[in-house]
Design a protein around this ligand. Sequence first.
Ligand code: NAD
Ligand code: DAU
Length: 353
Amino acid sequence: MKNILITGGAGFIGSNFIRYLLKKEPNVQIVNLDILAYAGSLENLKNLPDVERHTFVQGDICDADLVNKLMQEHKIDTIVHFAAESHVDRSILGPAPFVQTNVFGTLTLLEAAKQAWGQERSGHFHHISTDEVFGSLALDEPDFTESTPYDPRSPYSASKASSDHLVRSYFHTYALPVTVTNCSNNYGPYQFPEKLIPLMILNATQGKPLPIYGDGLQIRDWLHVEDHCEAIYLVLKGGKMGETYNVGGGNQPTNLDLVNWICSILDSIHPAAIPYSSLISYVRDRPGHDRRYAVDSSKIKAELDWAPRHSLEEGLLDTVKWYLDNMDWVETILKEKDYQAWLDKNYEERGKK
Ligand code: NAD
Ligand code: DAU
């Protein structure tokens, strides 16, 4: 691992990973290919440690000529592939870009890796995926393992499932050295405020309604983004080629409990005239809303000695504080993007229950 192509490195997890890797590995050179779509921003890459080892290239992972050129010019030996359309609600309102970037973009990168690494297949292609490919669990069903059958239920998860299958097919068919991680819901700094946790923090501080989809009893398995970064790093260092590793936080509150938790943190560190929980507002459910995700991480724990370092209690408090302390970041990225148009479109769709 010397010359790394990171795709989607201006997004939430990708930018956290770049920060993590520059600190961890003093000799790697990073090329960060990102199109700067609505969730990507150079604001996420300010104050990087050892910034001269990071080269930013604005471009599309579907652009084969550009990807091939970067592979050659930078002698890329490792690809860490984050770039994606990542928001389920957006995939419901417009699936086509999800198929383009998540499926066709992944195929373009796989082809470029196959060409660049020749017959020896000497590199390492690591694909970042999601637990959503496994579908939805009832309360009494066991956690997702690496052998749980795929059952994606949204256009987003269907596109991620397709990309996972393509990545594994390149291992079996062309002996391309690949690994895959399927991770649960991340939270932490630099997450675009369309996702549940930053959206709730932002709306609450602005005195706006906190929209809970359906009955709010859906369950997600929350993991701090730095713990996800560490899992990816351990797979890059010691993962077995052709293998998949599930990564989860083991924290599974209902959405309603989580939002109430955020409200009580805000009540104590940023009090308002009324308790923040009074802003909670039930809205129409997400179509096809997955009820529960829960990830069994025993394989990565046993084989690569990974364990989450952040408890949800401490991670959530730190995250709420981070957003409060970085409102200038929020304002800048929201100014760059057509955020209000998205909110109007999505929450008009949801309406009041
Ligand atoms: P994000 O939406 O914050 O970032 C995605 C990045 O990809 C953005 O910077 C965007 O500009 C870039 N991008 C989009 N289309 C591109 C294209 N065609 N070419 C180049 N760049 C492009 O997403 P995230 O939350 O950081 O997720 C990163 C990856 O992790 C995704 O593959 C996602 O499926 C996966 N994942 C996310 C979570 C989560 O909870 N956020 C959990 C598990 C897995
Ligand atoms: O599980 C991993 C996945 O987690 C990633 O693959 C996706 O990229 C990421 O976006 C995330 O998907 P979710 O759909 O679970 O995350 P989101 O933050 O959109 O929603 C979390 C839960 O909160 C979900 O049950 C829907 C609910 N929700 C969300 C929003 C935005 C609400 O109740 N109200 C809201 O306004």
